[in-house]
Ligand binder design. Structure first.
Ligand code: TMP
Length: 214
């Protein structure tokens, strides 16, 4: 059955965005603990993933051997994973009163597939709207680091590159610029965080901004 989102309260639906190695996940874990202490039931979801089907799609997407994946196949796979996540988890959990923290959401598709891969932005917009049923977070924390800083962090971590991380610095520069453009277009939803500060000061900043928002 098709989802109806008009009567869903989005106040407790928040997302985190940023290029890889921006430190999103660390901050999400800290925020989850903070909100739980405050008495909220919190659910963290990562994209692509978060359901059995979406995790399987994630494996296809991030497989280093899938060099031949076309850009359109890529956007439809991310979006298929998202439809499943929104229908199976996000909508029902919001209705049950959960606080949802999304580790990436539809802005990642605009930044990576739209600006990064160069897919037509109008097409991306339509696919995104179909994949989310139009349901958007009430606030989005953008963890800002430059592609050079991100690359430095990856080298220091000693991690290998997955299929996307193999895409090179030019790709990440386009993604970075894409996020800037998104923030310019929706200044009310985005909160930009300097992700090069210490873990603790970032956490404090996020809490302040979130408390203002709630
Ligand atoms: P993660 O490393 O934050 O789990 O994200 C997985 C990768 O997938 C990351 O490189 C960003 C990319 N991605 C997209 O290209 N488009 C999307 O819509 C999403 C959600 C992620």
């Amino acid at each position: 059955m098709e989802q109806k989102i008009a009567d869903i309260d989005r106040q407790h639906f928040i997302s985190f965005e940023g290029i890889d190695y921006s430190g999103k996940t660390t901050q999400i874990n800290l925020l989850q603990a903070f909100l739980q202490k405050k008495g909220y039931s919190v659910y963290v979801l990562r994209e692509p993933g978060g359901t059995v089907i979406s995790e399987k799609i994630r494996d296809i997407l991030l497989d280093r051997n899938h060099h031949e994946m076309s850009e359109r196949a890529e956007i439809f796979l991310y979006s298929a994973a998202r439809v499943q996540l929104v229908s199976e988890k996000i909508i029902p959990l919001l209705k049950e009163g959960y606080f949802i923290i999304a580790d990436r959401y539809v802005d990642s598709t605009t930044a990576y597939q739209g600006y990064g891969r160069g897919l037509d932005l109008e097409m991306v917009k339509q696919i995104n709207s179909a994949a989310t049923f139009g349901l958007m977070p009430s606030i989005t924390f953008y963890m800002e680091i430059t592609p050079e800083q991100a690359q430095q962090r990856r080298l220091e971590s000693g991690a290998g590159a997955d299929r996307l991380e193999g895409a090179g610095i030019d790709f990440y520069q386009r993604v970075f610029n894409g996020y800037k453009e998104l923030i310019r277009k929706e200044p009310d939803r985005f909160r930009v965080i300097n992700a090069m500060q210490s873990v603790n000061s970032i956490h404090k900043k996020i809490i302040d901004l979130l408390e203002d928002h709630l």
